[in-house]
Write a protein that binds this ligand. Structure first.
Ligand code: NAD
Ligand code: UDP
Length: 314
């Protein structure tokens, strides 16, 4: 057994990254968090500041980095459509230059490297549910392309480095994930609906509410990330990680309203360009190779997330 594993988490001050730092520390690793704080927050990692095994480095992954690492978890990238559409060129750079810089670092330090890819590589999918074998249906020139194509290019880079030098890569396609430490201004649907309900503001549904997503609680996701990193070198993915429980956006709004109570009414707004109509992961591969499946129900996970936002907002 190796001890004092040095894990480097890019995007570690973000929503998912901060939960991953917590888990890796709890599992006995030394953890370095690399973040430029473009969408992350000090609040997410403040509780770790006195931990001698935790280090924070303010750094933009579009620039090369020299560090010692045994494991690299590459999460640095804006993830909410509201954020990445505000800084599209920086988003593509974070995906592509970030991947190259972290892959070079992995080569230099002999580290294993996990890429936080996304279900967005499937675009607006014509295959449902989505398996890892599906190549996707992505608009290359739309307002979501900076993120979708950036993440697709990052996957290509990971597999080229692997083919070229047998670098131990792990590519994980993450489906919609939610939980405590999402920012109130994040703009994604779960945080928007909860914040709106807590403020008695209208619940903004884009389109008619029939679009679907499958929401995974963050604790389940980071558990899968640690399991994936521990797989043998010849298991590289890609692997879908998400909760296959699919709901319409209208059902999600009703669930949130039921949990929060309050006086909010539902308001229907225009659907954004290229918004995928449906999304549900096929997680057969994760079940068989990681012995993983989600444990937290949507009701329980939303309950925890509502408690987080109540503390922030009230
Ligand atoms: P987030 O916005 O909360 O976290 C992203 C973090 O990366 C932030 O702390 C941000 O400051 C940092 N960052 C952004 N650009 C950077 C750069 N150039 N250099 C250094 N740091 C940078 O988002 P999240 O939901 O925690 O997502 C984390 C990762 O997981 C992302 O790569 C995202 O694409 C992926 N992912 C998330 C979801 C989801 O539903 N949350 C789904 C699929 C994939
Ligand atoms: N959405 C919505 N109201 C909001 C925010 C999002 O109806 O206030 C919809 C959005 O159009 C999409 C779904 O919820 O159909 C998920 O959006 P999100 O931005 O959370 O994630 P993504 O589209 O990247 O899956």
């Amino acid at each position: 057994m190796r001890i004092n594993v040095k894990a480097l988490v890019t995007g570690g001050a973000g929503f998912i990254g901060s939960h991953l730092c917590d888990l890796l520390l709890a599992q006995g690793r030394d953890v370095a968090c690399i973040d430029n704080f473009s969408t992350g927050s000090d609040d997410n990692i403040r509780h770790l500041s006195s931990n001698a095994r935790f280090k924070l480095l303010r750094h933009d992954v579009i620039l090369p980095l020299q560090a010692e690492a045994d494991e690299i978890f590459n999460l640095a990238c804006p993830a909410s459509p509201v954020h990445y559409q505000r800084i599209p060129v920086e988003t593509t750079k974070a995906c592509v230059y970030g991947a190259i810089n972290m892959l070079d670092l992995a080569c230099a330090s002999g580290a294993r490297i996990l890429q936080a890819s996304t279900s967005e590589v499937y675009g607006d999918p014509e295959v449902h549910p989505q398996t890892e074998a599906y190549w996707g249906h992505v608009n290359p020139i739309g307002t979501r392309s900076c993120y979708d194509e950036g993440k697709r290019c990052a996957e290509a880079l990971f597999f080229d480095y692997w083919r070229r030098s047998k670098l131990p890569i792990k590519v994980m396609r993450i489906f919609n994930t939610y939980g405590p430490r999402m920012q109130p201004s994040d703009g994604r649907v779960v945080s928007n609906f909860i914040v709106q309900a807590l403020r008695n503001d209208p619940i903004t549904i884009y389109g008619d509410g029939s679009h679907t997503r499958s929401f995974c609680y963050v604790d389940d996701l980071v558990d899968a990330m640690a399991r994936m990193m521990a797989t043998p070198d010849d298991f590289v993915g890609p692997i879908n990680i998400g909760n296959p429980m699919e709901v319409t956006i209208l059902e999600l709004a009703e669930l949130v309203l039921g949990l929060v109570g309050g006086k909010s009414k539902i308001e229907f707004k225009a659907l954004p360009q290229d918004d995928p109509r449906q999304r549900q992961p096929d997680i057969s591969l994760a079940r068989s190779t990681l012995d993983w499946s989600p444990r937290v129900t949507l009701e329980d996970g939303l309950g925890e997330t509502v408690r987080h936002f109540r503390r922030l907002i009230n």
